[in-house]
Design a protein around this ligand. Structure first.
Ligand code: MG
Length: 262
């Protein structure tokens, strides 16, 4: 009897935790609506730089864990059952992703063409935000729940779009944050996030905080129950330092540049 009561109490406690966890966290910030910018018509797949690591070339999803559960058809892959996560992990990266939300418009708000491009636990939202209002820090191009895109540069549902993302990884000393992460995003060639400081993981239920201290992270694509298409995905690992010092034995002095002053 005691055991049965204990089990019931444990189940109730679990349900309470689940219901509390399922509550949406809101930042309380009143964002302005990002103005709409027409990025122009869709384009052919972008070129792949010679030093890029190709994550999806239209043929197979072997670079990804769970890739077998995403269907490939005519050179594109459809978001399927569960997230896909690259087998390889990366430091700071330049990431190129092409995506198209479903041409058949179904649902609204967060329920329309939802997916996401992640570096580890940090999501750049993928959503059909073409005449589809939702909370601004959750629309397409947002660093989810942290910052809305500067502008709404979405193409129409079904049209191919591009993300060019620079994720500068956070630097940790053990579990101590030494330097936060930063993200820059171009959507369809239009700047939507400009060297934005990442406050931590992008969660629906919690304020952002850093709790994944891995120095390298995989790229992940979200399954949110909507058949978003992807093609031409590649990544380049980049330096953690945006500015590389010039290593020169005889540094140039102002005198050398401007000549003798008198
Ligand atoms: Mg998403």
């Amino acid at each position: 009897m005691k055991k049965a009561l204990f089990v019931i109490a444990a189940i109730c406690a679990c349900l309470m935790v689940v219901s509390v966890n399922a509550q949406e966290w809101k930042s309380g910030i009143q964002w302005k609506e990002p103005p709409v910018v027409d990025p122009g018509p869709e384009t052919a797949p972008a070129n792949v730089p010679s030093d890029a690591i190709v994550l999806f070339d239209g043929k197979d999803m072997s670079a990804w864990d769970n890739g077998e559960n995403w269907k490939i058809e005519d050179g594109v892959v459809y978001s399927g059952r569960g997230y896909v996560t690259t087998k390889q992990v990366f430091g700071s990266i330049q990431l190129h992703v092409e995506f198209a939300t479903p041409s058949e418009v179904k649902g609204e708000g967060q329920g329309r063409g939802n997916s996401g491009v992640f570096y580890g636990p940090y999501e750049i939202q993928v959503l059909d935000s073409y005449i589809n209002k939702t909370y601004y820090d959750g629309q397409c191009g947002a660093l989810y729940k942290q910052n809305p895109p500067a502008v709404n540069a979405c193409r129409k549902p079904g049209e191919w779009q591009t993300y060019d993302i620079i994720f500068m990884r956070p630097i940790f000393d053990g579990e101590k944050l030494v330097k936060p992460g930063y993200v820059t995003v171009f959507q369809n060639g239009v700047l939507v996030q400009n060297h934005l400081q990442i406050k931590g993981e992008t969660s629906f239920v919690q304020p952002p905080k850093y709790s994944n201290f891995n120095a390298q992270q995989p790229v992940r694509l979200q399954d949110h129950g909507n058949p978003v298409r992807f093609r031409n995905i590649w990544v380049r690992e980049i330096s953690d330092d945006p500015v590389q010092p010039i290593e020169d034995e005889s540094p140039v002095k102002p005198f050398d540049v401007f000549g003798p002053q008198d």
